[in-house]
Design a protein around this ligand. Structure first.
Ligand code: ADP
Ligand code: MG
Length: 796
C-alpha cells in the first residue's frame, strides 16, 4: 500500500518534470544548428541576461540544451532524457535517485553550468579526493569550452602548504569540484582568520552532493573537528572505571540500548556518593567526576569489544557502525576513547581539545541551495526530508534493469554459509563469469581470498589499498573470469563495465556474504551489477551468526540451546525455518536502521545549540572583519558596560579593589589617584574608569601612529577575544554533551537540560568576550615585523 502511494507520488513528480524536459528538448534542434562559436557565445549571452534580471529558472531549458549539445561536441556524450530529468531535480535543490552507471557525473554538469553562470560559485561535492579529481578532470574540457572557469577545490598533494591568496584564487572559480571533508575544513579555517586578508571562502551559493546518502545521512553526525592543544588529561579514568565495575544492573543503572544512553538510578547515585565520599555528585564542583562516571558507564556497558571496536596492538580501533569497516586513526571524542582504553586496561592516549567543529549536516545548511544524488536516496527519504526538507524523485533508468536480485540464501551458521559461498564462486568461475564477492569486514575478505587461492582461483583482494588503486581494480571486475573480493565501500563511485562475452554468460555476479547494517548499503551493493541495462545477478547469504543478528537481533531461536536443535540438513529442507531466519535477519536490520535514525536525531538535537551559537559568533566575526572604522566599533560604550558590571560584581567601592582592577584590566603602570571621587557612587567610578580607558586607547594610537594599523590593532584585539572564548566554548559544549545524561538529577529531560546549560554558558561567554576585548586593547603590545606588518602581543 505504502509502496503504491509512493509510486503514485513519484509519477506525479515525474509528470511535472517531463513538462520541463520537453522545454529543454524544444531547444535541441536550434542548438544543434549553431556553429561552435555561436554555441560558445551562449554563455556570455546568458550571463548578460542574468545581469539584466533574468531568473535561472527561465534560462534553464535553453541552458541545459546548450550543455547537452556542447557535451556531445566536446565529450562525445549526449545527455539522455533521464539525465536531464535528474538535472532539473538538482536545480530545484532536491534529490534525484539515479542508479549506478546512469551517468550522474554528466547529469551534474547541467545544473553546475546554470548556477555557475552567476559567478557566485557552484560546487560538486563528493566523498573522496580521487573521485573529485577524476570527475573534475573529465568535465574540465566541457566547462572550459563553454567559457566557465573550473577547478579542483584543493591541491592534491599530501600536506600541501597553501600560499597566501592561493585558496582565494581557487574559490573564485565558477565551478569547483571538491570533497565534503575539504570544504568543511576550509569553512572552519576561514572562520579562524584574524583579518580580511586571511578570508578566502565566499558565501556558499549552490552545491550538488554526489553519493548523497553516504555523505549526508551516514556521515552527517560525524563532526569535523579542528583540534587544538592537548587537553589537560583527567586522572579520573582509572577510578571511575573501577567504580562502575562495582555496579549491579537495574539496581544501579538503567539503559536504553537503542538510544545508546545509560544513566545511574537513584541507588546508583547513592553508591557513587558513598564511593567517592561526596554529598551529591551532581553538585557543581563534581562536574568532572560526573562526566567521567558517565564516560566509564558508556564505555563499559554500551561499547562492546569486537562489535564496536577491536583492541589491536595495544590500541582501540573503532568499527564503523554502518559498514562494519575498521576505522584506524579515528577516535571517539571528548574522553570516550580514553574511557574505553581504561576499560581495556591499555595505555591511555592523549585527548585533544576541540577548537572548531561542524557537522556535515550544518555545513550543507550554509548553502543557499543544494541538491544531492545517489543510487539509493529513496530509502533515506525520511531522513532527507526531516533534516533538510528535501524530496527524493526516483528517475527511471534509461534502459530497463536486467539484473536478477535473488532472495536471500539461508544458513544456520557461518561455517556452512562460507562453504556454500566458496562453492558458488567456484561454480561461477568455472564458466568464466566474473564475480564480485563483498564482505562486511576486511578479515572476511582476506579469508575468502585465501580460500579461493587454495582452490587455484586467482582473485583480486580489495582491502586497505588507496582509493585510486581500488577504483582501478574494481573497474576491472567485469573482465572474463575475474574474481574480485572486496569490502562494502571499496571502489564506490566507479562503475563496472562488462568485457566482451560477459553478457552472454549472464553478466557480473554480485555475491554478498551477509546483510549490512542498513538496507541502503545492501542496495548499493546489488547495484554494482546490471548497469545501463546489463544482465547480472545479486545474491545475499545469511545465517543466524551474522553481525546484524548478533548485534540487533532478539529472538527465541537465538536463545541458548534452541539453535542446536536444528540440523543444517533440516534447515535446508524446512521452508518454515528458512522463513523464520529471513524474518529474524530482516527484523535485526530494521532495528539497526531505526537505531541509526534515533542516533542521528539525537545528534541533530544536540547540534542545535552549537550551531545556533556558531552562527551568531561567525556573524559577529564577519561584522568585525568588515569594519574599517574604529569609531563605528563603539568601544567607549562597551567599556562602560564592562566597568559597570565589574563595579557591581567585584566590589570596586574600595580603594584597593579599584586599584587592583585598574592594574589588571587597564594599565599596570597606573600611578594616579583614585580617591578623588566618591567610591560609593557607581557612576563616578565607571566614568573614571572610562576616562582611563580613553587615555589608554589614545596612548595605543599614538604608539601605532598609522590610522589603518591602529584599526587593524583594534580589530585583532576583538577577534582574539572572540576566538579564545569561542574555542573554549566549542570544547566545553562537546564535553557537556558527554556529561549530560538521561534522567539524571530529578527526571529532567536530557536534551532540554543540555540546551539550558549551553545557553547559560553562552551568555557567560559573551560577557567574558567583552571583558577580554577591553583587556586586549588596553594591555596588548603592538610591534612591527621586518616587513612592516603589525604584530600584536596579547596579554594572555
Ligand atoms: P554513476 O555516477 O551514475 O554511477 P557515471 O557518472 O560514473 O555513473 O557514468 C557511468 C558511465 O557512463 C561513464 O563511463 C560515463 O562516461 C558514461 N555516460 C554517462 N552518460 C552518458 C551518455 N549520455 N552517453 C554516453 N555515455 C555516458
Ligand atoms: Mg558516480
Amino acid at each position: 500500500m505504502k509502496q503504491r502511494i509512493n509510486r503514485i507520488i513519484n509519477q506525479g513528480r515525474l509528470k511535472r518534470l517531463s513538462k520541463r524536459l520537453r522545454q529543454v528538448n524544444a531547444w535541441s534542434a536550434s542548438c544543434r544548428a549553431l556553429s561552435d562559436e555561436a554555441l560558445q557565445a551562449k554563455t556570455a549571452e546568458f550571463q548578460q541576461r542574468i545581469q539584466q534580471g533574468a531568473s535561472l529558472e527561465s534560462l534553464l531549458p535553453e541552458a541545459y540544451a546548450v550543455v547537452r549539445e556542447a557535451s556531445w561536441r566536446v565529450l562525445g556524450m549526449y545527455p539522455k532524457e533521464v539525465q536531464v530529468l535528474g538535472a532539473i531535480v538538482l536545480h530545484d535543490g532536491n534529490m534525484p535517485e539515479m542508479q549506478t552507471g546512469e551517468g550522474k557525473t554528466l547529469t551534474a554538469t547541467m545544473p553546475l553550468y546554470l548556477n555557475g553562470l552567476t559567478g557566485k560559485g557552484a560546487y560538486l561535492i563528493t566523498t573522496n579526493d580521487y573521485l573529485a579529481r577524476r570527475d573534475c578532470e573529465e568535465m574540465t574540457p566541457l566547462f572550459e569550452w563553454l567559457g566557465l572557469s573550473i577547478t579542483l577545490g584543493f591541491v592534491d598533494e599530501p600536506n600541501y602548504e597553501y600560499a597566501p591568496g592561493e585558496k582565494k584564487a581557487i574559490y573564485a572559480h565558477d565551478i569547483i569540484y571538491t570533497t565534503n571533508g575539504r570544504l568543511g575544513f576550509d569553512y572552519l579555517i576561514d572562520h579562524l582568520a584574524d583579518g580580511q586578508e586571511g578570508k578566502f571562502l565566499p558565501p556558499l551559493n549552490f552545491g550538488i552532493i554526489d553519493e548523497a546518502d553516504s555523505i549526508i545521512l551516514d556521515a552527517a553526525q560525524t563532526p569535523l573537528v579542528i583540534s587544538g592543544a592537548p587537553r589537560l588529561q583527567s586522572n579520573l579514568f582509572g577510578i571511575t572505571k573501577m567504580f562502575v565495575e562495582t555496579l549491579k544492573g537495574e539496581q544501579h543503572y538503567d539503559m536504553d540500548d537503542k538510544a545508546k544512553a545509560i544513566w545511574l538510578t537513584d541507588e546508583g547515585v547513592e553508591a557513587a556518593n558513598t564511593y567517592f565520599g561526596v554529598d551529591n555528585i551532581y553538585d557543581a564542583p563534581h562536574f568532572d567526576l560526573v562526566r567521567n562516571i558517565n564516560l566509564a558507564l558508556r564505555a563499559r556497558y554500551l561499547f562492546e569489544s569486537n562489535l564496536d571496536y577491536f583492541v589491536y596492538d595495544g590500541e582501540v580501533v573503532l568499527i564503523d557502525r554502518v559498514t562494519g569497516r575498521m576505522l584506524p586513526g579515528t577516535k571517539l571524542q571528548s574522553g570516550l576513547h580514553q574511557a574505553i582504553e581504561a576499560k581495556e586496561g591499555i595505555e591511555i592516549s592523549q585527548d585533544m581539545s576541540a577548537m572548531a567543529s561542524i557537522t556535515f549536516q550544518n555545513l550543507f545548511r550554509q548553502f543557499d541551495k543544494f541538491g544531492g544524488m545517489s543510487g539509493t536516496s529513496k530509502l533515506g527519504e525520511k531522513g532527507f526530508f526531516d533534516l533538510y526538507g528535501k524530496v527524493v524523485v526516483q528517475i527511471p533508468t534509461d534502459k530497463p534493469v536486467e539484473r536478477i536480485d535473488h532472495p536471500d540464501l539461508v544458513f544456520k551458521d557461518n561455517v556452512s554459509k562460507n562453504e556454500a559461498i566458496i562453492e558458488r564462486v567456484c561454480a561461477l568461475h568455472d564458466i568464466n563469469r566474473p564475480v564480485l564477492l563483498i564482505t562486511r569486514t576486511a578479515e572476511m575478505a582476506e579469508y575468502f581470498s585465501m580460500q579461493l587461492f587454495e582452490r587455484d582461483i586467482p582473485n583480486n583482494l580489495l582491502i586497505a589499498q588507496n582509493v585510486a588503486k581500488e577504483a582501478q581494480m574494481i573497474a576491472e571486475a567485469g573482465q572474463l573470469g575475474a574474481v574480485t573480493v572486496a569490502t562494502s565501500m571499496a571502489g564506490r563511485g566507479t562503475d563496472i563495465k562488462l568485457a566482451d562475452g560477459v553478457k552472454e554468460l549472464g553478466g557480473l555476479a554480485v555475491i554478498v556474504s551477509e546483510h549490512m547494517e542498513n538496507s541502503r548499503v545492501d542496495r548499493q551493493l546489488r547495484g554494482r551489477a546490471g548497469r545501463q541495462g546489463d544482465p547480472g545477478l545479486s545474491q545475499i547469504y545469511i545465517s543466524l551468526e551474522d553481525y546484524v543478528v548478533q548485534r540487533w537481533g532478539k529472538s527465541k531461536l537465538l536463545e541458548e540451546g534452541q539453535l542446536e536443535k536444528i540440523s543444517s540438513q533440516g534447515l535446508h529442507e524446512s521452508q518454515l525455518f528458512q522463513r523464520r531466519v529471513r524474518q529474524i535477519v530482516a527484523r535485526a536490520q530494521r532495528v539497526s536502521e531505526e537505531q541509526g535514525i534515533a542516533h542521528r536525531e539525537m545528534g541533530n538535537e544536540y547540534e542545535k545549540s552549537l550551531s545556533a551559537q556558531r552562527d551568531i559568533i561567525y556573524e559577529e566575526r564577519d561584522r568585525v572583519l568588515k569594519q574599517w572604522d574604529v569609531k563605528q566599533m563603539a568601544l567607549s560604550e562597551l567599556a562602560r558596560e564592562v566597568f559597570q558590571r565589574a563595579y557591581r560584581t567585584q566590589d570596586l567601592n574600595t580603594e584597593m579593589n579599584l586599584r587592583n582592577y585598574i592594574y589588571q584590566h587597564i594599565s599596570f603602570q597606573y600611578t594616579g589617584d583614585v580617591t578623588d571621587i566618591n567610591l560609593n557612587e557607581e557612576n563616578a567610578v565607571v566614568e573614571k574608569l572610562a576616562m582611563l580607558f580613553e587615555q589608554r586607547l589614545a596612548a595605543q594610537q599614538r604608539l601605532i601612529k598609522d590610522n589603518y594599523m591602529f584599526m587593524r590593532f583594534v580589530q585583532k584585539s576583538i577577534l582574539k577575544a572572540i576566538d579564545s572564548n569561542w574555542i573554549q566554548q566549542v570544547d566545553h559544549l562537546q564535553q557537556l554533551r558527554g556529561s549530560i545524561n538521561n534522567r539524571q538529577n530529578g527526571q529532567r529531560n536530557a536534551i532540554f537540560e543540555y540546551h539550558r546549560v549551553a545557553l547559560a554558558s553562552f551568555e557567560t561567554m559573551r560577557e567574558a568576550i567583552k571583558v577580554d576585548i577591553i583587556n586586549n586593547i588596553c594591555q596588548s603590545v603592538a610591534t612591527f615585523d621586518k616587513k612592516g606588518d603589525l604584530v600584536v602581543h596579547f596579554p594572555n
